[in-house]
Design a protein around this ligand. Sequence first.
Ligand code: FAD
Length: 557
Amino acid sequence: MAHVKHQKWWGWGEEGVFFDYRNKPAFAPFVKEAIGVSLRPRQRDTVDFATVQVPASTASEDVLARLRGISGPENVSLDDELRIVHWAGKSVLELMQTLRSDFARVPDVVVYPGSEDEVAEILRTAVAQDLVVIPFGGGSSISRSLQPAPEETRCIVSLDMGRLNKVLEIDETSGLATIQAGVLGPDMEDQLNARGWTLGHFPDSFAYSTLGGWAATRSSGMQSDKYGDIADIVRGLRLVRPSGTVVLRPLPSTSTGPSLREMVIGSEGRLGVITELTVHVHRLPQEHEVIAYMFPTWQQALTAVRRYTEAEIPLTFARISDAHETAFSLATQKASTSVKGKLAAKGQDALWAVMRRRGWDTDAMCISYACFEGSAKDVAERKKAVARIAKAHGAVVLGSGPGALYDQKKFDTPHLRDFLLEQNTVGDVSETAAPWSKLTTVHKNAYDAVQRAYAQLGKSGWIMSHMSHSYHSGACLYFTFAYVFDEENPYEEYQVVKSAIQQSFIDSGATLSHHHGVGVEHQPWMEQDVSPEGVALMKGLFQVADPGGNLNPGKVV
Ligand code: FAD
């Protein structure tokens, strides 16, 4: 079988890597207070696959023979565990369904093509034999963009892009790299870094998501303030379709009609398979430093970050945790055993005392981070400019210690959801973007909406938020919510909570998703987001592009 790295079938990341709360002394009391759960130590290191009931494959011998003829028998799999790995992404609803063997429909076969020609032949076969093809990158979708429709009766092929994982070429003069779509984040960065370059795109899912998946879902990484969203980063691409290949050459800009590049970005497999992309790459920065600031209130922090943008200070990212998320961050700090760590903890106590003396309400304060990259001189100047604005809005500069901690923790948090599920607790996210003038309202309305949803369900729950990804005209707000779920009725109550937040975004003038795409999860709000006529236009496009509905049908609209 093709050697492609996969996540554990039942949760996030690789087997053997977990969230552990026992080295974070403040975490269990925090969870008890926030949602009333007394944490139990983790019971499962893994889940026995033998407990899973996998629907039988319906792939016919004829179809299998054709696929084996194209990609080789060793790259075509009917293995049950691989079919479950490929059946869905990692949204919390999908994780719950997976753990309950609640599979309406799973891919009948997984294929690992080794070239663009093979992808093209698989797509032609799919149309000729009326198969459904679902492109698969890292399987980190969080909007249910991989799950087959429950009522699908045709043979479903999961087309895993994992063998197409090479950086093909770097045009050093133009700062462009041509890269195969199936490469996972770390593998791609290793190949680029070895030659002194970086893409600079680091979503929280970086370790288990691919360049092609990022483009297909309109992804955004945590350093997008400097490097751009994936839609800015991708300059050219190749989209393989059953009828031919769309070739978009890498151009700095063009005025040749409506943007085909923008049309493919975010298409979630509905227009074809992206096999290659040409992307902006940057020289590795000489310096990379994250500085933390503590603001007395959310509003002051938000205004300060807007002022950084207005002042056009080149930042790699600026992020603010609201008061709830600040409390959560402090609760997930590891207990330090080193002398240095103990001194740092003492320093923190002293800082708290200062804040109380200044009259701060410590329940309202918000931690914020700014990341600086460039030469030592650039970094020093920008740090000074940001500190000036931050202090003018009441902040205390905490320095680089907590900033380094943020950089270390950033890819660990996704493991928390699996641990919480084991504690009968849903921990999930909703994210949006809105103009600066509306951000305060969006934030407040999401909090109010989720509290109403919790009240409707008769439970107490948690919500917290951070601001990330600043733009000229606004920013992204990212909400995390948590509550204890009812074993009898987990899906319906999840919909109540998630829908309340999504609807509040739309009602407050924000978008239904800033970087998680649409999939199936966000579809109910598409007409409200882009207007009914907009949805009709998209449906028309997909109908013409894929009249047989063979390409990941049912996603986006
Ligand atoms: P997959 O999940 O495999 O596929 C996603 C969609 O893209 C599917 O519709 C699939 O058919 C299609 N697709 C994949 N590859 C191709 C291709 N080559 N051609 C055509 N279609 C293709 N997203 C962010 O943007 N930023 C974040 O910070 C972030 N954090 C996350 C954290 C967690 C814990 C989780 C679970 C998800 C997070 N996501 C984030 C969402 C997810 O990682 C992104 O949507 C990501 O872009 C998906 O990439 P993937 O390679 O895993 O694609």
